[in-house]
Design a protein around this ligand. Structure first.
Ligand code: MEV
Length: 416
């Protein structure tokens, strides 16, 4: 199967799995093995968290047509909401080429001291940072071996407390465990150096030194200038009004979270970081920028993305390992690029629909297809039945079954 061949969504599920296997150059059995059981065996689930009584499945899909930094990219998405995968794929087909970049993967270990020396100013001069960095590195030596480690110490006052940030290059890990380890390891040294007592020792999920940006450029003619200009205005509204920005950013996170979830990452951390970053100016704003010049509509999404490709739940989750392998990435930064591209795509799809037909038309079209499938439609019947359901404006299974019966009773093209 050619990478960007269309019609994937029309294929029966088994055939989609076959095509995916062929794209990934693995066997169907490999795909089945990774995704059967929802990617997580019961004993692995039992070892992962407490009080396990079962497993909870979500649909696992692949968004199509993405080219990220010049690479044809399969985008794995785990999500329960209809339309999102279709919207991401349709947007990627149009936008096609996403350019992404990430800063160094710096996680933040925080220590809050109470009763510390109050002469501490907003600088690190008050502290000899070398022993702190050394102690931090010692506590996470397995990351140091891979080229990561403690990079910087920053001291500041927060109310009556002294806050110490230790910035850690966590390489391909999500980083929370490493940051928690470092925070606890350096706290006694900080107490000694600055006085007082370490009250909190924990990662900060506002990882604003671990940012990822995705960019696209679309010739204006593809959408027409009026639609492109409306997309820019829709983005401006989200920048002005937190009520709209929340929904706008939710549409971005539809793509980002689905990739985070499919790849076994901590999507709550990603969510918390993204929304805090959106509010960094003091007002909650859009995470995207859309601009229009004479020839192109340009979109850009920047957000903190603490994603890992090693450690955490990924170790136990074969589905997550499969999803990461399917993207073809070899670093966490590249995976963050894929997630950001997915977020920019779902945002573009939402804005385009909102400023033109509205989003319900697309939702209903997809809903009609899914009801047609449930009613037993196969092959070319699916689209015809979906059209008839939409025409009838009624989407019950009963109506679908009766329309399917009528359809099957009609003479075929060849018989006519
Ligand atoms: C729905 O999941 C997401 C949207 O509401 C996003 C948006 O309004 O931009 C369509």
């Amino acid at each position: 199967m050619a990478f960007h061949e269309g019609g994937f969504y029309r294929l029966p599920l088994d055939e989609r799995r076959r095509r995916l296997a062929s794209l990934l150059e693995v066997t169907e059995a490999d795909v089945q093995d990774a995704l059967g059981d929802g990617g997580l065996r019961e004993d692995a689930a039992d070892a992962l968290i407490e009080n396990v009584v079962g497993r909870f499945a979500l649909p696992f899909a692949v968004a199509r047509h993405f080219v990220v930094n010049g690479n044809n990219t399969i985008v794995p998405m785990a999500i329960e909401e209809p339309s999102v995968v279709a919207a991401a794929s349709a947007a990627a087909k149009l936008l096609r080429s996403f350019a992404t970049e990430s800063t160094a993967p710096l996680a933040i270990a925080q220590v809050y001291l109470e009763g510390a020396r109050t002469a501490v100013d907003d600088n690190t001069e008050v502290l000899d940072v070398a022993p702190i960095l050394a102690r931090a590195d010692q506590s996470i030596s397995n990351v140091v071996v891979r080229g990561g480690g403690a990079r910087e110490v920053e001291v500041s006052k927060v109310g009556e407390f002294v806050r110490v940030h230790v910035y850690l290059d966590v390489r391909d890990a999500m980083g929370a465990n490493l940051a928690d380890t470092v925070a606890e390891a350096v706290a006694p040294l900080l107490e000694k150096a600055l006085g007082g007592r370490a009250l909190l020792r924990i990662v900060s999920n506002l990882s604003d030194r671990r940012l990822t940006t995705a960019r696209v450029r679309l010739p204006v003619d593809v959408l027409g200038r009026a639609t492109a200009a409306s997309i820019v205005k829709a983005n401006e509204i989200a920048d002005l009004d937190p009520y709209r920005a929340t929904t706008h950013n939710k549409g971005i996170m539809n793509g980002v979270d689905a990739v985070a979830l499919a790849t076994g990452n901590d999507w709550r951390a990603v969510e918390a970081g993204a929304h805090a970053y959106a509010a960094r100016s003091g007002q909650y704003r859009t995470l995207t920028r859309w601009t229009l010049d004479d020839t192109h509509l340009a979109g850009e999404l920047t957000l903190p993305l603490s994603l890992g490709i090693v450690g955490g739940a990924i170790r136990a989750h074969r589905g997550a390992q499969f999803a990461i392998a399917a993207t073809g990435v070899s670093t966490a930064a590249e995976l963050a690029g894929v997630a950001a591209a997915a977020g920019l795509a779902t945002n573009f799809a939402a804005l385009r629909a909102l400023v033109t037909t509205g989003i319900q038309a697309g939702h209903m079209r997809l809903h009609a297809r899914s009801v047609a499938l449930q009613a037993g439609a196969e092959g070319h019947e699916i689209d015809t039945l979906a059209e008839r359901l939409s025409g009838a404006g009624e989407f019950t299974l009963e109506r679908a079954r009766s329309l399917l019966e009528t359809l099957r009773a009609e003479p075929s093209e060849a018989e006519r």
